[in-house]
Design a protein around this ligand. Structure first.
Ligand SMILES: Nc1ncnc2c1ncn2[C@@H]1O[C@H](COP(=O)(O)OP(=O)(O)O)[C@@H](O)[C@H]1O
Ligand SMILES: [Mg+2]
Length: 473
């Protein structure tokens, strides 16, 4: 018989099989390459050479010897060397096109991984593997789209130029913020509501070395206490059954490399304060339900409208966290402290209102500026914006005068209204409103202490504030 030349012992059979398979692959494949233990290309075969121009490489001499990901974008060869696990079939897309590839670890006699063999099984798979490739391309396209959208959302919305004002107080705050942008330390923004803390946080990020990385904001007052920890640190896969089975990244992870803006830091529960302190010190996070820590590189910008030092004295804020956050405090001036900026602010805000509403842009007369200058501006620039918006709704006048603000700004009224009998619910609402205002004033905006002063719960206070805001909008 003619099978006399076929060996019968296992070792020879396997050797023969390996050799045949290798020959089959090498003739069938469109190209092969070998990388060493360090992930450097050490060899390519002749047919591989025709991919070099599309990869932007002049010739084999510029290819062999280089770290593989430098010359083949998106390759997983290094992963195969590092894990010792083959990737039998995969789609690789880079500037040279899309390829069906196979990657196999190579081991020495002792079983140690000494390198990996990569094969291009098909190039132009769009011709041979049409349905698969079409689906892949569609998913890839959707992913790219989603990534772009996310990146756009995370792009900083403001720069220092958006912070309007040339009063000494405004110039000083911009100077401090510019300095903060150059350093990579934690920043604490202090200022009443509506003074531009969030805006400045965006601007600091945009001017920092992290500008191309994400800017992520969390408002501590807006997230229910029970969800905060997961929101911050994420949830490990399998920690919960149900919707979160797959696990979820926390804000620290999402902001990795970039900036995390913690708004209303005074509202952070004590238990979480301890964990935040740990992240700031150790630069690592531990997702819920996980027993592993992960490193993160995040710059924190915190903001508060309340007196943090007072919270520390009351035992509601950890002193160690306070000192950690207070490395670089930046105090934002209230609008009352920089009334000379009123005109420039109005001009900028009226321009943005006109753009947003599509209505003609209004101008301020000096009588209008005069009227605004007498107001208290507890809500600062945010309140100013609301007032200008209301005035634009009330009149078609292009040039706004003090008259246009009389009904909107009670304190700008020339004569106080005659005391008259008014419906009781209205009187009660007004009394509530003014008491809440005074309580917030007395506590420098600290809602927790204000609620205590008024003898109501924090939740009730938030409800009433939301109601007041709704009525004044
Ligand atoms: N200096 C400023 N120049 C222009 N607009 C400002 C300025 N400060 C605040 N604003 C505007 O006022 C509003 C409130 O600002 P924001 O940054 O949210 O304040 P905060 O976080 O302190 O409550 C935003 O619409 C913002 O654009
Ligand atoms: Mg804010």
């Amino acid at each position: 018989m003619s099978d006399t030349r076929l060996p019968r012992d296992a070792e020879s059979v396997l050797k023969l099989a390996a050799q045949s398979m290798f020959e089959l692959f090498s003739t069938m494949s469109e190209g092969m390459m070998l990388v060493d233990r360090a992930g450097r290309v050490v060899w390519i075969n002749d047919s591989y050479k025709r991919f070099l121009p599309a990869l932007g490489v002049a010739g084999p001499d510029d290819f062999v010897g280089r770290p593989v990901e430098e010359v083949v974008p998106n390759t997983l060869m290094r992963q195969v060397v590092e894990t010792g696990k083959p990737i039998l079939v995969d789609l690789l897309t880079n500037k040279a096109g899309t390829f069906v590839v196979s990657r196999i670890p190579l081991r020495d006699a002792g079983g140690e991984v000494i390198g990996a063999l990569g094969m291009v099984l098909f190039d132009h798979p769009e011709a041979t593997l049409q349905p698969l490739i079409a689906k892949f391309a569609r998913l890839q396209g959707e992913l790219d789209e989603a990534r772009k959208e996310l990146a756009a959302q995370r792009r900083p919305k403001y720069t220092f130029a958006s912070y309007i004002g040339s009063s000494p107080a405004a110039l000083e705050v911009k100077r401090q913020a510019r300095r903060a942008a150059q350093l990579d330390t934690t920043v604490l923004l202090l200022g009443e509501t509506g003074t531009g803390k969030e805006m400045l946080a965006h601007a600091i990020h945009a001017a920092s070395s992290r500008a191309l990385k994400p800017f992520i904001g969390v408002n501590l007052a807006a997230v229910p206490e029970t969800l905060l920890e997961a929101e911050f640190f994420g949830v490990a896969p399998g920690a919960y059954t149900g919707a979160d089975r797959k696990g979820r990244d926390g804000k620290f992870k999402i902001a990795d490399g970039g900036t995390l803006f913690l708004d209303e830091i005074g509202d952070m529960p004590l238990s979480l304060q301890a964990k935040l302190l740990r992240v700031l010190q150790e630069r690592e996070i531990e997702p819920l339900g996980s027993n592993r820590v992960a490193e993160v590189d995040v710059r924190v910008i915190a903001a508060t409208s309340c007196n943090l030092k007072a919270l520390v004295d009351e035992g509601r804020f950890r002193p160690d966290l306070y000192y950690r956050l207070n490395v670089l405090p930046v105090r934002l001036p209230s609008l009352r402290e920089r009334l000379s900026d009123l005109e420039a602010l109005c001009e900028s805000l009226l321009e943005s209102i006109a753009q947003r509403t599509g209505m003609p842009q209004r101008e301020m007369t000096s009588s209008a500026i005069g009227a605004l200058a007498t107001h208290e501006w507890r809500g600062n620039v945010r309140e100013l914006r609301n007032v200008l918006e209301q005035a634009t709704m009330h009149t078609d006048n292009i040039r706004l005068t003090s008259e246009d603000f009389l009904s909107i700004l009670p304190s700008a009224r020339r004569e106080s209204p005659r005391p008259a009998l008014r419906p009781l619910p209205q009187l009660i609402a007004e009394l509530e409103h003014s008491s809440i205002r005074s309580a917030l004033e007395a506590t420098q905006g600290n809602k927790v202490s204000a609620a205590r002063l008024l003898g109501i719960s924090r939740a009730t206070l938030y409800g009433k504030l939301a109601e007041i805001k709704r009525l004044s909008n």
